[in-house]
Write a protein that binds this ligand. Structure first.
Ligand code: ZN
Length: 310
């Protein structure tokens, strides 16, 4: 049988942080990658100050990439730099910068990741690269010592590995998979309201995939634990890099095979079935009670939209 592929762009490409266009050249990384990139006078740097991206904003347009001279002026820690990849042959790096936040004055701004996601002043390509940078730099910060023998470990392969000089262990960056799913039953879908959601918001359910678990089993388990609903068949739809700090959202549809919702009141304030017309009103912003679906950068939005409209 021929494999059936969907036409058009990946559904994933519609989500926030999915616009990263850097050429990673993963197979070319070696022990000299970082030094070679730093020696390139044209190298450009994303700078993270206290975990927030430095952006120069003029007339609404943001610039998040800085030259080596600028990186030095902002006290970038180049020993902790990582090589994200290349853009038309130009090495693109990221480094933590020690410039005090009190010295960040207009036209300079600091953007946390959520602001970056919903701001139009930094393009999708840079927002995606900053997500890559944030996840990778956070991983370095949390893995300074070898988990096996406790010795200080050293960054290697352009920042894509840490090596232990004492026991020769190699440690690789982690990505934590999260299942995020829309349970559907005919013309209805299941949405929940988390305890800390903005007013009126309803979204899909989600949870971390555990060691030794398939994506499908995680979809079934998380949906049942949070809502009491049993899921049968599962279909993958799209994914989204989620740099809080280094997750990958894996978006699926799940076919509900039970009806009665018994939601987990610790995690959720509400969880119920919504018919398609009500969901369309939420997406269009015309719901009579002002209920809303998540915004368009969120993968939850695209799961809901794909089911309700497309
Ligand atoms: Zn070790």
């Amino acid at each position: 049988l021929p494999i059936r592929f969907d036409d058009g762009p990946d559904a994933s490409s519609l989500t926030g942080f999915a616009g990263n266009r850097l050429i990673r050249d993963a197979e070319k990384r070696d022990s000299g990658s970082l030094a070679a990139a730093l020696a390139d006078a044209g190298a450009r740097f994303f700078l993270l100050v206290g975990g927030k991206a430095l952006v120069e904003k003029r007339d609404g347009a943001g610039r998040a990439l800085f030259s080596r001279q600028e990186a030095d002026a902002f006290a970038a820690d180049l020993a902790a730099a990582v090589l994200l990849g290349h853009d038309q042959g130009v090495p693109t790096l990221a480094a933590p910068a020690a410039v005090p936040e009190t010295q960040i004055l207009e036209p300079l701004w600091l953007y946390d990741l959520r602001s970056l996601l919903y701001s139009s002043s930094v393009g999708d390509a840079d927002a995606g690269a900053i997500a890559q940078a944030t996840s990778l730099l956070h991983w370095h910060q949390m893995n300074r010592f070898c988990g096996k023998c406790g010795a200080a470990s050293l960054s290697s392969q352009g920042g894509y590995r840490r090596d232990c000089p004492s026991c020769a262990s190699q440690i690789f960056p982690r990505t934590d998979p999260v299942a995020i799913m829309l349970a559907v039953s005919g013309t209805r879908c299941l949405l929940g309201r988390g305890r800390h959601f903005p007013p009126g918001w309803y979204s899909t359910l989600a949870g971390f995939i555990e060691p030794g678990e398939t994506i499908e089993d995680a979809v079934r388990r998380e949906t049942f634990e949070e809502s009491g609903i049993r899921i049968g068949r599962v279909r993958y739809h799209a994914s989204q890099p989620w740099p809080f700090p280094h997750s990958l959202m894996i978006g699926c549809f799940g076919e509900a095979v039970s009806e009665e919702v018994r939601f987990d009141a610790v995690e959720l304030e509400d969880c119920r079935w919504f018919d398609r017309e009500e969901v369309r009103a939420m997406l269009a912003g015309t719901h009579p009670k002002e209920l809303k679906a998540p915004p368009s950068k969120a993968i939850a939005h695209h799961l809901i939209r794909a089911w309700a409209i497309d």
